[in-house]
Design a protein around this ligand. Structure first.
Ligand SMILES: NC(=O)c1ccc[n+]([C@@H]2O[C@H](COP(=O)([O-])OP(=O)(O)OC[C@H]3O[C@@H](n4cnc5c(N)ncnc54)[C@H](OP(=O)(O)O)[C@@H]3O)[C@@H](O)[C@H]2O)c1
Length: 344
């Protein structure tokens, strides 16, 4: 089977090579998915550069986080998945840019029946990350105000829609006039070009100085620090991504004083569902995934919103898998909107 491998750390066109590999075999708790389509995640850009420490296997490894396809083999205990059309995440969030992909069943869901393969490829991470950030972790309620950074991106476009569907007032930031227009189409009440304007001033202006109740922060670093000034009392600032500077994920947080004085909370978001908790003692990092049952409830709510026509996957581009390195370069250059979906 064909698979895109990171063979050296560099920009995507230099880091990636297409290889022919034996099909991987699923182990206990796993399924193998025959890919129909996959989507690009910004993390994969950082993965090519060797600076994405969350998913950092030794070289060479097969890049790719998520896909849609049909289960063509199962490990012990997972036979019920055989033959089903699913959305899935490659084991350890790698390996998905291949024709066949081994996935932990904990992170597999039936592909929503209303979506074709390309739409389903653009659905999983954006809508689950956004739902977990805004609803499970951010506790968003109707009538509140939400700020979404990078609102025209894959996760951002989903966050704008979920916030609007929840009955929130939505403020989105994005980096070009076309991206701002997309944010408005998706339900943003206010769209701010944070590359040409001071978004702090613009958010304070839009909220009569009160600030926002929830922020879905997908950019990180300096953008997060500046967002402190835009949080309402009782607000929830959700750290969900670091597209602006992945290094900020491991740098010490700013002094706590602005958080105390602002009376708001800062929370983290990791999209990972497990039937069993992961071991924590003796590990350098305590990884605490959400329960699989939470994932099932999120999926059920999202399917309901899809069926009601209140959310839709945003596909900015479709391309052939042969073009993966060039498409990742477009993502790094901030030229993408929504999801870029690739087919074998
Ligand atoms: N917490 C989790 O479990 C989880 C899971 C999946 C993804 N994520 C995170 O979600 C975020 C969004 O992922 P995505 O795949 O949907 O990507 P994306 O938003 O489609 O693409 C990244 C966007 O970030 C913005 N950006 C801001 N500063 C940038 C910079 N210096 N370089 C490049 N882009 C910059 C750009 O939009 P503008 O031009 O509008 O600024 C760009 O289009 C990522 O940070 C990713 O790590 C988190």
């Amino acid at each position: 089977m064909k698979a895109w491998r990171v063979v050296r750390y560099a920009r995507p066109v230099e880091a990636l090579e297409l290889a022919d590999l034996p099909a991987p075999e699923p182990g206990p708790g796993q399924v193998r998915v025959h890919s129909h389509a996959g989507a690009l995640n910004f993390n994969e850009v950082d993965g090519c550069h060797g600076r994405y420490l969350t998913v950092n296997p030794p070289l060479p490894y097969t890049l790719g986080m998520e896909l849609v396809g049909r289960v063509d083999a199962t490990g012990p205990g997972e036979q019920a998945w055989l033959g089903r059309r699913v959305i899935a995440v490659g084991h350890s969030a790698t390996g998905a840019h291949a024709e066949q992909v081994v996935c932990d069943a904990d992170m597999v869901f039936d592909a929503p029946g209303s979506l074709d393969d390309l739409q389903a490829a653009a659905f999983y991470f954006p809508f689950h990350v956004a739902h977990v950030a805004l609803i499970e972790r951010g506790q968003l309620r109707a009538g509140e105000t939400v700020l979404v950074h990078a609102g025209a991106g894959g996760v951002g476009s989903a966050a704008v829609q979920i916030a609007a569907a929840t009955g929130a007032r939505v403020i989105a930031t994005a980096g070009s006039p076309a991206k701002l227009e997309l944010c408005r189409e998706l339900g943003a009440d206010v769209a701010i070009d944070y590359r040409s304007t001071d978004f702090v001033d613009a958010v304070l202006e839009a909220t009569g100085d009160a600030g926002v109740d929830v922020c879905c922060d997908l950019v990180g670093g300096e953008t997060t620090e500046r967002t402190y000034r835009c949080m309402a009392a009782g607000g929830r600032l959700m750290l969900a991504g670091f597209s602006g500077d992945i290094g900020a994920e491991d740098r010490p947080a700013p002094a706590p004083r602005p958080i105390l004085f602002g009376n708001f909370s800062v929370g983290g978001v990791l999209l990972s569902y497990r039937r069993q908790p992961l071991p924590v003692r003796g590990r350098p990092l305590a990884v605490r995934p959400l329960a699989r049952t939470t994932g099932e409830a999120v999926q059920a709510h999202l399917v309901e919103l899809l069926d009601q026509g209140r959310i839709r996957p945003v596909i900015g581009r479709t391309a052939d898998y042969a073009d993966l390195p060039a498409e990742l370069e477009r993502m790094e250059a901030r030229q993408t909107t929504g999801r870029t979906v690739l087919r074998w």
